[in-house]
Design a protein around this ligand. Structure first.
Ligand code: DGL
Length: 284
């Protein structure tokens, strides 16, 4: 089992920031990534839809032989991580992106922090709930910044508009006096420098990339699932809907060119391309 890949999924391409962090921290591990490009953005979907998609994706990754799964999407982590943990308990370990970031915040004794995320993540209230249960005196201000993920995915780098949009969100009056800002969306590490520039280095900007990779590493060690040294490392990247734009954007998020394979949806399941390149449906 230890030779098998780590399964990582997201609503689309954004989770590649997490996949890249894991690949860099654990160079001996293989990865199978699934981006649900047919259904993105998850940030605007209902919790019920996100849960249904997430369950089918985990089944797909199990079918592909993965040994551990990372929900590399804040919206899916917020809506589905509890359900997935119950559904797949004793079958496969599942790591979400919220718990490691919350634990990172808990280690610092902040008085007030801000969170920016998709609507689905903010409306779930999951971050606030988990942060306050550990630190009841912490003030947490969340803001849904719906346009940011789309702007980043479009690689929209026309500076005046991009800066104006970022600044408009960050100037939210309730963010006054925050000591740290949580980037609670897979896309936001790509605009980290602009966010830091806005606050001129006066607050800490935190994302989940390093802490998720560290959690994966610790979990693999604890479960005896670390890949044996010297094994052949292979990364595979699937999307549920392919366009050349996704391929270009994937490069932006992963840092290097990656070939995307297609595993489309059919009747609520993901079609798994077999070795012969034929398609068949996962048996439930
Ligand atoms: N990956 C999503 C997240 O981290 C952002 C993109 C989307 O809304 O699908 O919340």
């Amino acid at each position: 089992m230890s030779k098998e890949a780590i399964g990582i999924f997201d609503s689309g391409i954004g989770g590649l920031t997490i996949a890249r962090g894991i690949a860099e921290a654990l160079p001996n591990e293989s990865i199978i990534y699934f981006g649900d490009t047919a259904h993105l953005p998850y940030g605007d979907k209902s919790a019920t839809s996100i849960r249904n998609y997430s369950t089918a994706i985990v089944e797909f990754l199990i079918q592909k032989g993965c040994k551990l799964i990372v929900i590399a999407c804040n919206s899916a982590s917020a809506a589905a991580s509890k359900l997935l943990a119950e559904q797949f308990s004793g079958i496969i370990p599942i790591i979400n992106v919220i718990d490691p970031l919350v634990e990172k915040v808990e280690k610092e004794a902040y008085a007030k922090i801000g969170i920016i995320a998709t609507r689905a993540t903010v409306h779930s209230g999951v971050y606030v709930q988990r942060l306050l249960s550990a630190q009841p005196n912490l003030t947490v201000v969340s803001l849904a910044t719906g346009l940011l993920a789309q702007m980043i995915e479009e690689n929209y780098i026309q500076n005046t508009v991009r800066r104006a949009l970022i600044h408009n969100y960050l100037s939210y009056p309730d963010f006054d006096d925050i000591e740290a800002l949580l980037l609670a969306c897979t896309h936001y590490p790509l605009i980290r420098s602009e966010i830091e520039e806005y606050w001129e280095g006066n607050i800490q900007v935190l994302d989940a990339i390093d802490v998720v990779a560290a959690t994966v590493s610790t979990t693999l060690k604890q479960l005896g699932l670390e890949a044996p040294l010297g094994q052949v490392v292979e990364h595979q990247f699937y999307v549920s809907d392919y366009t050349p734009t996704f391929e270009q954007t994937a490069q932006l998020f992963y840092g290097t060119e990656i070939p995307l394979k297609v595993a489309p949806w059919q009747n609520g399941h993901i079609l798994v391309p077999s070795i012969e390149d034929k398609l068949f449906i996962i048996n439930k």
